[in-house]
Design a protein around this ligand. Structure first.
Ligand SMILES: Nc1nc2c(ncn2[C@@H]2O[C@H](COP(=O)(O)OP(=O)(O)OP(=O)(O)O)[C@@H](O)[C@H]2O)c(=O)[nH]1
Ligand SMILES: [Mg+2]
Length: 496
């Protein structure tokens, strides 16, 4: 306690002395500056102003240099796919072939392109409903196509699959009108609906009033890919005429910034209503009857959209199908890389275990820093199409070694414990424990690096090594049991 106080007194003294020295230095500097300024002022004016200008230029240069040195480095971001525009058919097919050659599953993308060819040959116009569950999409299909009898119900999620109905317009054209599942609940149904919207020449977005945030996002997403849209505000019978007009005007204003701004029309798709009817005995009875649809404004808005040049509608449709196919191709490639990476990590982990069993003197750095570690990094970089410079590989292995080193005591303890529990292990020799530990280390290295390559798309040594560190926490016991089995089998085989 007393010592603490003495130190504090000493520090206070130092601060006082520093203050006196600082004040002295400040006065001396001020004195010098003032005297220089005075002498310059007494001299020719050109010298005085020239001196000030040089001082200002020097200050500006120093400020710029400081900014240049200290400002955070901004990476050049890759162009997002949205801004890059839709891919053209030739480049898409080229990418598809490359992905097939790399071992990816491209069947879904091929089906998509085959469907596009089929629709092109058929020469029909395609219109798709889209909107939240229970918005009244199926009811609207029935209102537009009297022979259609899609299932409709109060419960959400009634429509479970995309279905087409042939709809003859007053112009005589036949349109394929698609009823689709509602958005909101099931991801697979939502994806099916979105796929059909992308394949259509035009989308009728069905809502029940003003748009919620997620509905607004859906509309914007469709508009952003250039999809011609008409907004049908269904269940107009819920609202008084004045309120309805206000809702429609507000929606038109909210979507007015889109180019082209979609038409917004109120509709009554149907449903049922309860009305009083004479019962024939002088009284009245309540009966339920189908509500008369009101879809004229929608028909007109659709006709106006569909009257555009067919080639322009086709070009927009094709572009959005190519976008859809390109996105699926990306997904297929991501899945294929993940599977290939998992296989490579598993292969190298086995090699590490077997290599460790054969090693004379165990030491984690030998394997990690050596041939196997380098080969694992190269193999993973190749899967992710990432250039692997030797210098980055070495840096990654060096930094990862730090994380591995910290985890080694824990990994060895777990390996030892797991091996003890194996009936056939007998007395657990050090070599066997080390072999399992190496396996755990390689598994973590591979998985961590693969995750980093997947998310960043490049080999960033420090970030990737950090991910390796994270892997040690996850399911390490389970992994240890698998590797213990493997190590024991390998040991038995080598003895036989
Ligand atoms: N009041 C009123 N109710 C309607 C109208 N149109 C549809 N409905 C009712 O809304 C409910 C849902 O109708 P559906 O046509 O099945 O809705 P959907 O969008 O196809 O629903 P999902 O297939 O589940 O996505 C039913 O109970 C209809 O009777 C309308 O114009 N006015
Ligand atoms: Mg439906």
């Amino acid at each position: 306690m007393r010592r603490d106080r003495r130190i504090r007194l000493l520090l206070a003294g130092v601060v006082l002395v520093a203050l006196v020295l600082f004040a002295g230095a400040l006065l001396a500097v001020a004195d010098t500056v003032l005297s220089i300024l005075q002498r310059l002022q007494d001299g020719p004016a050109a010298l005085y102003y020239g001196f000030l200008a040089l001082l200002a230029a020097g200050g500006a240069l120093a400020a710029w240099l400081l900014w240049w040195l200290l400002a955070p480095v901004r990476r050049r971001l890759e162009q997002p796919a949205e801004q890059a525009g839709p891919p053209d058919e030739a480049s898409l097919r080229e990418r598809l072939e490359a992905e097939r050659a790399a071992g990816g599953d491209v069947a879904a993308i091929e089906r998509e392109l085959a469907e596009l060819s089929r629709r092109r040959e058929g020469g029909r116009l395609y219109v798709a409903m889209f909107g939240d569950a229970s918005a009244g999409k199926s009811s609207l299909v029935q209102a537009l196509v009297p022979d259609a009898t899609p299932e409709r119900a109060v419960t959400a999620g009634t429509t479970r699959a995309v279905k087409h109905y042939q709809w003859r317009l007053s112009s005589g054209d036949v349109v394929e009108l698609a009823d689709v599942p509602g958005s909101g609940d099931e991801a697979a149904l939502e994806a099916a609906a979105l796929g059909e919207a992308m394949r259509a020449h035009l989308v009728i977005y069905v809502c029940e009033g003003d748009l919620s945030r997620s509905q607004h996002e859906d509309v914007l997403a469709l508009a952003q890919v250039g999809k011609p849209l008409v907004l049908a505000v269904n269940k107009a019978d819920w609202y008084a005429e004045e309120d309805l007009q206000r809702i429609v005007a507000r929606l038109a204003e909210r979507l007015g910034e889109l180019d082209p701004a979609p038409a917004v029309v109120p509709v009554v798709a149907g449903g049922t209503e309860r009305v009083l009817q004479p019962d024939g005995r002088g009284g009245e009875t309540e009966v339920e009857r189908p509500r008369a649809p009101r879809v004229e404004l929608l028909r007109e808005a659709l006709q106006a959209e569909l009257d555009r040049a067919p080639a322009a509608l086709d070009a927009l449709r094709d572009a959005s199908v190519f976008r859809l196919a390109a996105a699926r191709l990306e997904d297929a490639a991501a899945l294929r890389r993940r599977e290939q990476a998992a296989q490579v990590v598993s292969d190298y982990t086995k090699k590490a275990v077997i290599g460790a069993l054969a090693a004379v003197s165990p030491g984690t750095d030998v394997l990690i820093q050596g041939y196997l570690g380098t080969a694992l990094v190269k193999a993973l970089c190749q899967i992710y199409g990432v250039p692997a410079r030797e210098i980055d590989i070495q840096r990654f292995l060096d930094i990862a070694q730090g994380y591995v080193g910290r985890a080694v005591p824990l990994v060895l303890a777990i390996a030892g414990n797991v091996l003890k529990a194996f009936p056939g292990a007998g007395t657990v020799a050090g070599g066997l424990v080390h072999a399992v530990a190496y396996g755990i280390v390689f598994d973590a290295m591979g998985k961590g690096l693969a995750r980093s390559l997947e998310t960043t798309g490049e080999l960033r040594p420090a970030a990737a090594a950090r991910k390796v560190g994270d892997e040690f926490g996850e399911e390490i016991g389970k992994k240890a049991r698998q590797l213990a089995r493997l190590a024991l089998e390998a040991q038995r085989e080598s003895r036989d």
